[in-house]
Structures are given as structure tokens and as C-alpha cells.
Design a binder for this molecule. Structure first.
Ligand code: FAD
Length: 404
């Protein structure tokens, strides 16, 4: 069975590419091959079932900073298709996106089904064929045609887009075509920590900065204490930027938390000495200081060797020094990681120097294109991973349907 374009993978990048290719060239015969019994499964569960479609960041030079892998390569593509284009694309199809306080964008329906319904009705309207339960087993080329063997039959096409995400089986086939792959490691995970100071505090959140001295990385943002350890944007960003290094450390390392983000221990000590004078007769644990959540403040006070009933006047300088250090450089031992259920990705995939980012075509094989997570591109949480899928899908579609 012969097609103009075959897309392997019925996920975000595959559908976006298929729909755009069909619109750009209505005569093109297009097929999506999907190994699962359903398409768009990740879109369905994305963003906790709400699908964080993109992010309200409209400057390419700022947007690329969200990609630990792909920062340099996505600069050009984002000048051609980025967040604003995504919003317009869905709007043209009757889907309005809303912006949340932190910049994440969701369909106003708050349901990923809205996105799936749109993709399915568009593929139907445009006559794109979708074959589920078709797992690609082999890819070869002959007489400028790609031959695709699946567990359910063979197909051929002049142009091939691989949009299979982080599926290692396909990676092997791509290696067979001469591509080199960066090995897969998880990104966007939370840190497992067992520690008395946070044991009783699940649900407590504050703005903090977190440092991993061993790999010389630091980030800041909202930090959330969970039953398993620490989570929230500050941790997720570190897990993405340090994905490879933390994997090499087998997820065992020390972190330093500054619960007061931008202030250092010397500044805090001075303020503690002032508080001692001001509130001499007051119990330390009675009122939280520095806008910290009360339960967290109390826990850090107790961890500094101060008892629950101690009043400020009773506290000596050494105890205040310890408290200033607990507040600004609390050390925790991380032992393992947990999955962040809202969004997680895999770092790794096709080496980026083997891809032409004007067209998303392979530099090694003519008429072979890639989009989405199959490339060694991934982002921090917030809708940026889908934006990579939309941008790559769109530019590959444009290239596959251009005449030259
Ligand atoms: C729980 C969760 C929530 C997420 N939430 C968000 C979010 O809200 N916002 C965001 O930006 N990102 C989110 N992400 C990340 C985002 O889902 C991915 O970055 C994105 O789906 C990548 O798209 P893709 O098309 O490259 O790959 P995928 O969506 O993984 O699609 C690849 C498709 O290829 C198929 N396939 C694989 N191998 C074969 C084969 N051999 N033959 C045929 N078909 C094959 C797979 O079955 C799959 O359907 C989330 C991820 C997870 C896991």
C-alpha cells in the first residue's frame, strides 16, 4: 500500500504533522501508523487530564530557555512556529485556550478530550488514514521509497515522519539507518527524602531555592513538601536540567534548601538578633517569621535545638546561628526519585546535530523526518514539551509538502 507520507506514531507530534500536511497539500495521501489500540494516549492523560497545551511565553529567546536539551536548536524553529501560532491554530478550530497564573495554557473546557476530539475530527475531515494496532518492526528504503513493515502488513511512502516518542525499539531501527541516539534517562521527577524536619509537613509549600553542590546546579521556585520528599517547580526544574548527571549519581545526592530563597545566613542572623530584642518574652514557635508557613518555621526552629516553649530571650547566639543555617542552607539527603504524575518526559533520542532544524529532516537520510520526543529534546514542566511536538510537527509537515 503506497502513500505520499507515512507518519509513525499517533501521538501529539504525529497528529499535528498529519493535519498540517493534509491542509498544506490536500492531494497528499497520508497514513498514521500507531502500535497501540488507541491514539493520543499521552494527550489524554496530560496535565492531569486537562492537557497543558502550551505556555504563555511569546519571546523565542525566553522560550528556548525552558529546554535543557534543544535550547540552541529550537531557536530557529520557534521563529517560524511557536506558542502564539499554537493558540491561533486551536482558535481557528474553535478551541479557546486560557492562561493560568503561572503561564500554563489549557483548553477552557479543562479537558484533554477537547484536544483529542479536535485532532480526530480534523483527520477525518482531511481524509487522513489512521491504522491502530500497527507496530512498526522494520524500516528500509528502496528506489526512493520508504518501506515500512508492521506486525499487520507492509506499507510504502515517499516521505516518512518518525514521531514515536521515546520508544527504544524504534531507536534501534533508526540506529540501523545510521543515526546515533542519546541514551534515555527520565526527566521531570521529584526527590525522595526521608527526614524528620519534613516528615509531618506534606502539603506545605513555599518559595525556595535549591542547590545540588555535587553537580553545581541551583534553581528556585515554589517548593512543595510531599509524603515522599520534595516536589514543586524548583525540584522539577533541577530534575530536568540535571537529568543526566542525577542518573549517573543513581539518584543519591545531597541538596541544600534555602527556604528564604534570596537571603543568606548572615543577613538572616542579623534579623534573628533583632527579633530576639523585639520579641524577648515571646515563644519562638508561636509566630512564624519571614513569611514562612507556620508548621515549617516550627520544624526548623526545633531542628536548631530550640524547644517548643523557649522564648526569644532564652536563645543564645549559637542557636541563632544554627537557625539561620537551617533557614538558608538546610541539608537533605536524596535517595531515589518519584514520578511527577502531571507531566513527565524522557531525555534522550536522536542526536540533534544529525537533524536539519529548518525542516526537521534527517541530515543522513533524504525524506526522513522527525518530530516530538523522538528527538533529544525535552523541556521543564509547563506545556513546553507539547510546544516542541507542535513546532516540529508543523515544520516537518511544511517541509514534507513543499514542492522542491
Ligand atoms: C503523564 C504525562 C503527562 C504529560 N502532560 C503534559 C502536559 O500537560 N504538557 C506538556 O507539554 N507535556 C506533557 N507531557 C509530555 C508530552 O506528553 C510529551 O512530550 C508528548 O506527548 C510527546 O509527543 P510525541 O508525539 O513525540 O510522543 P508520544 O505522545 O509519546 O506519541 C508517540 C506515539 O508513537 C507510538 N509508537 C511508538 N512506537 C511505535 C511503533 N513501533 N509503531 C507504531 N507506533 C509507535 C506510541 O504508541 C505513541 O502513540 C506529559 C507526559 C506524561 C507522561
Amino acid at each position: 500500500m503506497k502513500y505520499d507520507i507515512i507518519i509513525i506514531g499517533g501521538g501529539a507530534a504525529g497528529f499535528f504533522a498529519a493535519i498540517n500536511a493534509a491542509e498544506l497539500d490536500p492531494n497528499a495521501k497520508i497514513l498514521i501508523l500507531e502500535r497501540g489500540k488507541e491514539v493520543l494516549t499521552k494527550v489524554r492523560i496530560s496535565g492531569g487530564g486537562r492537557c497543558n497545551v502550551t505556555h504563555a511565553e511569546f519571546t523565542p529567546s525566553e522560550l528556548i530557555k525552558k529546554y535543557p536539551r534543544g535550547e540552541k536548536e529550537l531557536r530557529g524553529p520557534f521563529h517560524s512556529f511557536m506558542t502564539g501560532d499554537t493558540i491561533a491554530w486551536f482558535e481557528e478550530r474553535g478551541i479557546e485556550l486560557k492562561i493560568e497564573e503561572d503561564g500554563r495554557m489549557f483548553p477552557v473546557s479543562d479537558s484533554s478530550e477537547t484536544i483529542i476530539d479536535c485532532f480526530l475530527s480534523e483527520t477525518q475531515r482531511l481524509g487522513i488514514e489512521i491504522l491502530k494496532n500497527h507496530s512498526v518492526q522494520n524500516i528500509t528504503s528502496e528506489n526512493e521509497q520508504w518501506l515500512i513493515n508492521t506486525n499487520n502488513g507492509d506499507f510504502s511512502a515517499e516521505k516518512l515522519l518518525v514521531a514515536t516518542g521515546s520508544n527504544p525499539k524504534i531507536w534501534k531501527l533508526l540506529e540501523g539507518l545510521g543515526h546515533q541516539m542519546e541514551t534515555a534517562v527520565p526527566s521531570l521527577f521529584t526527590f525522595n527524602i526521608k527526614d524528620e524536619r519534613i516528615k509531618e509537613l506534606p502539603g506545605v509549600a513555599t518559595f525556595a531555592s535549591v542547590k545540588i553542590p555535587e553537580i553545581n546546579m541551583e534553581d528556585e521556585g515554589p517548593l512543595l513538601i510531599t509524603h515522599w520528599g520534595l516536589s514543586g517547580p524548583a525540584i522539577l526544574k533541577l530534575s530536568a536540567w540535571g537529568a543526566r548527571e542525577l542518573n549517573e549519581l543513581s539518584y543519591k545526592f545531597e541538596i541544600q534548601v534555602n527556604w528564604l530563597a534570596n537571603q543568606n545566613s548572615e543577613e538572616i542572623l542579623e534579623q534573628l538578633l533583632e527579633l530576639k530584642l523585639k520579641h524577648a518574652k515571646q515563644q519562638l514557635t508561636k509566630y512564624a517569621q519571614f513569611d514562612l508557613p507556620k508548621r515549617l518555621w516550627k520544624s526548623l526552629v526545633l531542628a536548631s535545638g530550640i524547644s517548643e516553649t523557649d522564648i526569644w530571650a532564652d536563645i543564645n547566639k549559637k542557636q541563632l546561628v544554627t537557625l539561620s543555617e537551617q533557614l538558608t542552607k538546610s541539608e537533605f539527603s536524596v535517595d531515589g526519585k518519584s514520578t511527577f504524575k502531571e507531566e513527565f518526559v524522557t531525555a534522550g533520542g536522536i542526536k540533534l546535530n544529525e537533524v536539519n532544524f529548518k525542516t526537521f529532516e534527517s541530515k543522513l537520510q533524504k525524506n526522513l523526518y522527525f518530530a516530538g520526543e523522538v528527538l533529544n529534546i525535552d523541556a521543564i514542566t509547563g506545556g513546553f514539551n507539547f510546544q516542541n511536538a507542535w513546532t516540529g510537527g508543523y515544520l516537518a509537515a511544511k517541509a514534507m509538502t513543499s514542492l522542491d
